[in-house]
Design a binder for this molecule. Structure first.
Ligand code: ZN
Length: 485
């Protein structure tokens, strides 16, 4: 960011008094005296404010006043300056100010398996590599160190909320609290013994304890995450649904990801995965299903009727050659669709800017139509669309007074981003996670001018490097020749 000036209250006053020796300035002091400024915690001013509000308003330039956890005003820099005095003022000239990105599907700690097994189909990848690697290495320590690494990557690339499905989710919750991110965190329930539960019943009991520990947290929304219909039986899926309903928390799952899953569902239940889950009363407004690659119009009608949210994960679907989710159809049907990265083992990063770009390109190509997914639609899925899919659009996803202050400041000054005619085009088609300069979640600055304030970045990376040696040794004892970094 260009020189960013943070004035404390006293220094701002000193500055005003020091500079105000002219008549013009005296006049402005009189004006201030007539309309006293309201003190707020942060004012961000001078940037291009991309609100993603219902009118898709862009203020160029614009300003935002934040007080405590919430946005109190979004307006022109002049109007904000006339009404508010920020304890901290962030000059955002040459930058876009926008809602923080919402990742609707990931497995944060799986950054520890990044690059461990690539170029394989989902079932082979899962069954030969990922599930065995997890069986040998998942521990509270791996989840803690992996999620810290993921949190660092997410803060650095503009994600302010992520939806997680993993094991030892209480470790994820503690990292989220410390890092200052927002998280919808689902304890995984799966039909075979895993590191944190020998049986689905044990996993459900663990999920309930997790919900009780985090249900009143300011940043963590606990959830129940039955892995999929092909890895859980009917009794487990309905018990997971009941647990989510008992506490009024989200229910997260994977659905219709591959043709293998469709075949399994038809062989076992004589219907599609979506229809089977409908037959057991699984769907509801609090359910969020990732992938929906192989779904029919009837399946989409069920999801629409139940108000379920969906997460589109274009990079994971492409890398595993799972297929292409019918996103345009789902959006046209009025279903709330968010965007996700999926875990870093199948992506292989958590950069939501890249996910937006890949989503737009994928649907243009597959539908043979350059209008199939616009930059604005991709940006919407990554912001307010994700908030809608999570049932949180009243609180986050756009920059509007009254909403929680989850926002990012993104440089538009690189050679790659010059010239700048349309900020929304640039956000989707040229911006990378590294262009994010500052991140604010719940009114707290997590990263300022690329310096993450809530995590010790060198220590986070050093811990992950040390742990990666153990992962490599556990998974590929024969392949010790190349040392992981
Ligand atoms: Zn997944």
């Amino acid at each position: 960011m260009r020189p960013t000036i943070h004035y404390g209250r006293r220094s701002a006053l000193t500055l005003v008094l020091g500079v105000c020796v002219s008549l013009a300035c005296s006049a402005s002091l009189v004006a201030q005296a007539q309309a006293p400024l309201k003190s707020v915690s942060i004012v961000v001013t001078g940037g291009i404010v991309v609100t993603m509000d219902p009118q898709y308003k862009v203020l160029w330039p614009g300003a935002i006043a934040i007080d405590g956890q919430k946005i109190v005003a979004v307006d022109t820099p002049e109007n904000i300056a006339r009404a508010y005095r920020g304890a901290q003022v962030i000059q955002a000239g040459g930058h876009v100010v926008m809602p923080g990105l919402i990742n609707t599907h990931t497995h944060a700690a799986m950054v520890m398996y990044r690059g461990l097994a690539d170029d394989l189909a989902l079932m082979e990848w899962l069954q030969k590599y990922i599930f065995p690697a997890e069986a040998k290495t998942v521990s509270p320590e791996l989840v803690r160190i992996g999620t810290r690494l993921a949190a660092l990557e997410m803060i650095e690339s503009g994600t302010t909320l992520f939806t997680d499905m993993y094991y030892f989710e209480e470790e994820v919750g503690r990292v989220v609290r410390a890092a200052g991110l927002r998280g919808v965190l689902g304890e995984t329930v799966i039909g075979f013994p895993v590191a944190d539960a020998k049986t689905p019943a044990e996993a459900l009991a663990r999920a309930e304890r997790f919900i009780q520990e985090f249900k009143n947290d300011a940043l963590v929304i606990p959830a129940v995450a039955p892995h999929a219909m092909y890895t859980n039986d009917t009794a487990t899926l309905t018990a997971a649904r009941d647990l989510a309903r008992k506490y009024g928390v989200p229910l997260l799952t994977h659905v219709a990801e591959t043709q293998d899953e469709i075949k399994t569902s038809h062989d076992k239940y004589k219907m599609s995965p979506v229809a089977y889950l409908e037959s057991i009363g699984f769907w509801g407004p609090a359910t969020l299903a990732a992938h929906f690659v192989h779904v029919s119009d009837d399946d989409l009608a069920i999801l629409k009727k139940r108000g379920a949210g969906l997460s589109h994960n274009p990079e994971s679907n492409m890398k595993l050659a799972s297929g292409t989710a019918p996103v345009s159809k789902a959006l046209k049907a009025g279903i709330n669709v968010g965007l996700g990265t999926d875990g870093a083992a199948s992506n292989n990063d958590l950069d939501m800017f890249e996910a937006m770009r890949q989503a737009a390109f994928l649907h243009k190509l597959v539908e043979n139509d350059p209008t199939a997914m616009s930059a604005r639609t991709a940006l919407e899925m990554a912001t307010i669309g994700g908030a809608r899919a999570l049932g949180m659009a009243d609180r986050i996803g756009s920059l509007e007074p009254g909403k929680l202050a989850d926002l990012i400041i993104v440089s538009m000054q690189s050679a790659r981003q010059t010239p700048l005619y349309n900020p929304i085009s640039h956000l989707v088609y040229v911006t990378r996670g590294d262009d994010v300069r500052t991140s604010i979640v719940n009114g707290r600055i997590l990263m300022r001018n690329r310096r993450v304030l809530t995590l010790d970045a060198p220590a986070v990376i050093a811990d992950a490097v040390a742990l990666a040696r153990k992962v490599r040794a556990a998974v590929q004892p024969a392949a010790q020749s190349s040392t992981p970094r």
